[in-house]
Design a protein around this ligand. Structure first.
Ligand code: ADP
Ligand code: MG
Length: 255
């Protein structure tokens, strides 16, 4: 379906670590073509939710479906190949590889090779695959990193590393992109640049789930927002509604 149809639906998600309920009966609906914000205090379960949605964690109870199909029993790489890409709260790049090669690794996964294949064939693949390098270059251009294609990832300024991670995630050609605190640690000009790139991603029809602490970013980008506190969803709705919600102010925005 088009915009307005449900792309992702979580129902009654419980994620228990020993005695801790990191997620406690969480429901989530994300409509196709929207940007959905996921906010809440540190430790409230936001990253855990992302790990459940990408199949890294199997929930203790509850269900998640993406594009109408359940995620139950599927591996994280299968879920990724079905169109769910992500970045991590902490940058996870191949530091000694160039920016271009980092994006090519993302493309390589999308060519449906398994991890062993990637390890065995990556050097040759990177040398020989012209088509992939052209596509990777296009993705670098999309995030404004074309000029830095040959730089080792570890030498890029932090803000650029975050953009490179987004370019690599986009290499999967996802329907849904999950961003875990993409603006954390960025300067104000970097945040402005990031904001424009996330807008552009949405304009390309990619649905986004955005975990973010910068409320100005949430307010200007998100169509809808869910708020977690101690693993429970305490509010959801339009950004302005959520920002004015008493419970949200008390748990998160008040301080
Ligand atoms: P947030 O991203 O909102 O800051 P997290 O989802 O990272 O919060 O963490 C939620 C809670 O779950 C925290 O108390 C955290 O310590 C706990 N937690 C997350 N992952 C694990 C894990 N793999 N094992 C045990 N506890 C975890
Ligand atoms: Mg987190």
């Amino acid at each position: 379906g088009g915009n307005g149809a449900t792309l992702l639906q979580a129902q009654g998600v419980l994620m228990q670590f020993g005695g801790l309920k990191a997620l406690n009966n969480v429901d989530l609906i994300v409509k196709r073509g929207t940007i959905h914000g996921l906010i809440g205090p540190n430790g409230s379960g936001k990253s855990t939710m992302m790990n459940v949605l990408t199949g890294i964690y199997t929930p203790t109870a509850g269900t998640v479906s993406f594009a109408g199909k359940t995620l139950a029993g599927r591996t994280s790489s299968d879920i990724a190949l079905s169109g769910v890409a992500r970045t991590f709260q902490n940058v996870q790049l191949f530091g000694e590889m160039s920016a271009l090669q980092n994006v090519m690794v993302g493309l390589h996964h999308s060519f449906r090779s398994n991890l062993l294949d990637v390890a065995l064939h990556l050097p040759r693949y990177l040398r020989e695959n012209r088509e992939a390098s052209v596509r990777a270059m296009g993705l670098l251009r999309f995030v404004g990193l074309a000029d830095l294609a040959g730089e080792e990832a570890r030498n890029l300024p932090y803000g650029k590393q975050r953009l490179l991670e987004i370019a690599r995630a986009l290499a999967l050609d996802p329907e849904l992109l999950l961003l875990d605190e993409p603006a954390a640690g960025l300067t104000a000009p970097d945040i402005k640049e990031l904001l424009a790139i996330i807008q552009k991603i949405r304009e390309h029809g990619v649905t986004v789930i955005l975990i973010e602490h910068h409320m100005d970013v949430v307010m200007s980008l998100c169509d809808t927002v869910s708020v977690l506190d101690f693993g429970q969803k305490i509010a959801e709705g339009l950004p302005a509604e959520v920002q004015a919600n008493e419970k949200v102010i008390e748990a998160y925005l008040g301080g």
